[in-house]
Design a protein around this ligand. Structure first.
Ligand code: PEP
Ligand code: MN
Length: 359
């Protein structure tokens, strides 16, 4: 099969589903059959070897699961995909008849491991999906694609699964949507699938993140599905039943990517108004920085340092307290004020040290 072509030809969203891990023969057969019967899944997923953060977690059923899975896929009439992390996994998965391989987030971070997989696949036309690395590094993700492409492996698809962060209040892995968007600008021909299961880590957030991915023109979704999610041996909190997957998919709102006819003019109307407001924002910022320079001159005359920490703390606090009133999020207000502060410092440095030589 040619996966990337198939994704591009399929009506959005191309759906990949299946359990986090293959656990027992019965579980694999049951979930694959239910998925085929209830949902519009085009490709199955199941982990055979699981890269787990802690060694006491379930690390995958291993080789014997491959046979169950390939047979269950055949019975269900659906192609199969699994994660590979080294050349041995590649060899065993291909021998067993797995159709598509994916490179996990913990492998994409390591160019040695990626290269080992590339070398094991050289000369084949195996479809490969590459997850983003655990850390928010676009180059590392693009670099993995370049390694495959250089070896003549061209049937490639990207999976956005979010980025690791210590104790985020909402997400298991923060989505940082700007990274997959930049990826698409760099490699527009590569289909982009969103993995709401690993982004959220919680089944209640799957619909929200899936909808966002659709509104950002993602080509498809990969969602973990299990016959009895609460009893799953890995990632129990984020898995859903095939029934619930069906419901989630039918509630998605699919909007048009291309704007046509009179809609273009109506949208242009809004955009022109926005452009006028953006101009005003810039004029105000520019005036604000002129005032910062006057403050800089005052501080220089009176021999006062630029950074006045206590004052800045009260400025930020007073703005954050008003965020709700202006319908702005706390994080936006914080980032905006930090950026304004940085720029203000640059302007003050310039006027206070006019003779400072540029390096
Ligand atoms: C998985 O898909 O089951 C998995 C381990 O994901 P990730 O590589 O995104 O952590
Ligand atoms: Mn998982």
């Amino acid at each position: 099969m040619n996966l990337s072509d198939q994704i591009k030809r399929t009506k959005r969203p191309y759906l990949i589903s299946g359990p986090c891990s293959a656990e027992t023969e019965e579980q694999v057969h049951r979930v694959c059959a239910d998925i085929a019967q209830l949902t519009d899944t085009s490709l199955l997923r199941a982990g055979i070897w699981k890269p787990r953060t802690r060694p006491d977690s379930f690390e995958g059923i291993g080789e014997k699961g491959l046979q169950w899975y390939v047979e269950a896929g055949k019975k269900a009439g659906l192609p199969t995909s699994t994660e590979v992390a080294n050349s041995k996994h590649v060899e065993l998965a291909l021998k067993a008849g797995i159709d598509v391989l994916w490179v996990g987030a913990r492998t994409t971070v390591n160019p040695f491991a990626v290269q080992e997989i590339v070398d094991a696949l050289r000369g084949t036309q195996t479809p490969v999906m590459i997850k983003n690395p655990v850390n928010p590094d676009l180059s590392l993700w693009l670099g993995a694609f370049e390694r495959f492409q250089k070896a003549g492996l061209t049937d490639l698809t990207a999976i956005h699964r979010g980025f690791s962060i210590y104790k985020h209040p909402k997400y298991r892995n923060v989505p940082s949507w700007e990274i997959p968007i930049s990826f698409k600008q760099n490699l527009p021909e590569i289909p982009m699938i969103c993995d709401p299961s690993h982004i959220t880590g919680k089944r209640d957030l799957l619909a929200e993140v899936s909808q966002k991915a659709m509104d950002l023109n993602f080509d498809g979704l990969i969602i973990e599905t299990h016959p009895t999610p609460d009893q799953a041996w890995s990632d129990a909190e984020q898995q859903i039943t095939p029934e619930r997957l069906k419901e989630l998919m039918s509630n998605l709102v699919l909007r048009e990517k291309i704007i046509t006819g009179s809609l273009t003019e109506e949208l242009d109307d809004f955009r022109q108004k926005i452009a006028v407001l953006d101009d005003r924002i810039f004029e105000i910022l520019s005036a604000r920085m002129k005032l910062s320079e006057e403050v800089g001159i005052f501080k220089q005359k009176n021999n006062i340092t630029i950074l006045q920490e206590e004052h800045w703390k009260t400025v930020i606090e007073s703005r954050l307290a008003k965020a709700d009133e202006y319908f702005l999020t706390q994080i936006f207000v914080k980032n905006l004020m930090d950026n304004i502060h940085q720029e203000s410092i640059r302007h003050q440095v310039k006027v206070m040290n006019p003779d400072l030589k540029k390096p």
